[in-house]
Design a protein. Sequence first.
Length: 188
Amino acid sequence: MLYSVVVLISGYGSNLQSIIDNANDIGIKIDCVISNKKNAYGIERAKKNNIKTEIIENNKFESKFQFEQKLAEIINKIKPTLIILAGFMYILSAGFINQFKDKIINIHPSLLPKFKGLNTHKRALEAGEKIHGASVHFVTNQVDSGRIIMQKSIKIEKNDDFKTLAKKVLIEEHILYPLAIKKILKNL
């Protein structure tokens, strides 16, 4: 049995590609990739893999409510087991999150609860951290604060800058996200 998932993106889609590449092993069918940015390269990745795509630009709606209503309308037609945020650079409202309670997951480039939000690699370096990494968590009404599903850590080397650190963490994200999705589905 394959579980239905929807993936929300905003950009390049490298985590999306990792999920696509591991879909059979995870036991999922990606029923739709939705982007809030029309030029997101992740849309091309989905099309190359014959996955349905939707572009819903949040800046084309008069309100956050209208945008999220359209997003929910598409998701509700699919009825996915999980909604996977993969570089979806948009903070969802409490109303949207509550509508899909315990079904939305996200990957974040830090070892939560440290460094919620943006610029995680730069902040880790500035704080003098020795270890950094990535976390997969359930999405709640507080940004990057939901229950952690899995984490992967890496050592920060003396010569790392935020760019090298970002590359190292992204490599780990590509391994971590499929494993975390598989773990969630196994526990359903």
